[in-house]
Design a protein around this ligand. Structure first.
Ligand code: DGY
Length: 425
């Protein structure tokens, strides 16, 4: 059974491999996505280390001059996806989107180095990537933390990767639905519309893209211009974990200035995370940077923050919270509190479980000493695969597979879980 799962995972990574980048899945997502790529490289490293490095290098070959790494790189034409390059109009030679995604690359590079069999290759390729990743981190703090709070904001829900989370509902009311014009969605032709964001949410997504486009994609203007400015604990947790990992690697490679810079940034950010803690929910929450208030929405974003080395008391509370949630679902970790009336187990980020999030939460909990709950997350993840295949996401109560199929990062995470010798419960 485990051999079969492993073989199938490798097959998916190969089917979705277009040479020097990997598509998340054919049809629904026909280009290179930022955090998909960095996490997928971890899966590739189990059978082809050189190819894994190429995946991340391709991503950084499309870094903007200001340091941003875009969330989509449109390597080739494909009208099966909306919004394509003609909507973004970012003016790049190889077209890209104009927003970013969770900064998981620093973590991924550290992990590739840690486990590399070809040590020389790893050192050489990682050393070339480190300054590029650090420039991206600099970009975040320069453009998304203008007051130096130590926490960065996202300015579009797509940046979080958790596109239609309940976290955004209230803030999203500020983004108009009118005036965007007619457009033809493609996602609902590839996936069940009941598993995808609503039409109204799409109108707001596109309104924001048009607003930023009208400002010429000048990142010095976009943060203040966006009616959607949210500090997401999961997004910040990933960035801080990457900063720590980059600092450790830079230290190993004798790049001391970079190491000190990233470590100082991480220390500042980890202290600032306290601002996002909710005593009521016993987890982190998003902060609406426009009003300065925490958003009353207990999503997985506030649990994912444990991927960073947060305060041990906070990590312990998150472990307890996940144990309590485990009594309400069969498969961990739902993307929203299943006891919240707004929970929807089938609709994208409003309830379904995602393996990449499970992987990062389990990794953080394990590092914080909560091995039992981390193992439970891994066990139910593998059980899901055995029952429902390599889907994009799953209903946490029934295990129903949702969204795209034969999904790259799901396969990559399975290889990661199996590599640790975890049993399929
Ligand atoms: C989509 O198109 O669904 C993506 O999540 C946006 O990046």
């Amino acid at each position: 059974m485990l051999d079969h799962i492993r073989d199938h995972a490798v097959e998916i990574l190969k089917i979705n491999d277009l040479g020097n980048y990997t598509v998340p899945t054919h049809g629904l997502y026909p280009f290179q996505w930022n955090w998909d790529s960095a996490l997928s490289a971890l899966g590739q490293s189990h059978f082809d280390e050189a190819r894994a490095w190429t995946e991340i290098e391709t991503l950084f070959a499309h870094q903007w001059d200001d340091g941003m790494v875009p969330h989509i790189i449109f390597h080739k034409e494909d009208d099966g996806y909306y919004p394509g390059p003609d909507v973004w109009q970012t003016g790049r030679a190889v077209p890209t989107s104009g927003i970013t995604q969770p900064a998981v690359a620093g973590f991924a590079v550290r992990r590739l180095v840690d486990r590399a069999k070809d040590r020389d290759q790893a050192q050489q390729r990682a050393k070339a990537l480190l300054p590029l990743i650090s420039r991206w981190h600099d970009w975040f703090y320069a453009n998304r933390d203008p007051d130096g709070e130590g926490l960065v904001a996202i300015i579009h829900p797509w940046e979080s990767g958790r596109d239609n989370s309940i976290d955004w509902d209230e803030v999203f009311e500020r983004v108009p639905t009118e005036g965007v014009g007619e457009f033809q969605r493609r996602d609902t032709q590839h996936a069940n519309p009941d598993h995808r964001p609503t039409q109204e949410q799409y109108q707001r997504y596109i309104w924001l893209v048009q607003c930023f486009r009208d400002l010429g994609w000048d990142n010095s203007l976009l943060h203040d211009a966006s009616p959607f400015r949210v500090v997401d604990p999961g997004f910040n947790g990933i960035l801080l974990r990457s900063a720590m990992d980059l600092a450790d690697l830079a230290g190993q490679f004798g790049m001391h200035e970079l190491a000190t810079h990233e470590r100082a940034r991480a220390a500042h950010g980890l202290a600032a995370m306290e601002r996002l803690w909710s005593e009521t929910h016993q987890q982190y929450l998003c902060l609406d940077r426009v009003t300065g208030s925490l958003i009353d929405s207990a999503s997985v974003g506030g649990l994912l923050a444990v991927f960073a080395p947060v305060d041990p008391a906070r990590a312990k509370a998150i472990a307890k919270r996940i144990e309590a949630i485990a009594d309400k679902v069969t498969f961990l970790v739902p993307s929203h509190d299943p006891q919240d009336a707004r929970y929807d187990g089938l609709r994208y980020w409003r309830g379904p479980a995602w393996l990449i999030v499970n992987y990062m939460i389990a990794d953080g909990l394990s590092a914080a000493g909560h091995e039992g709950v981390a193992q439970r997350i891994v066990d139910t993840s593998l059980k899901l695969i055995g029952q429902s295949g390599f889907a994009e996401y799953y209903d946490p109560k029934t295990g129903e597979p949702c969204g795209g199929r034969e999904f790259t990062w799901t396969a990559a995470m399975v290889l990661e879980f199996l590599q640790k010798g975890r049993p399929a419960a």
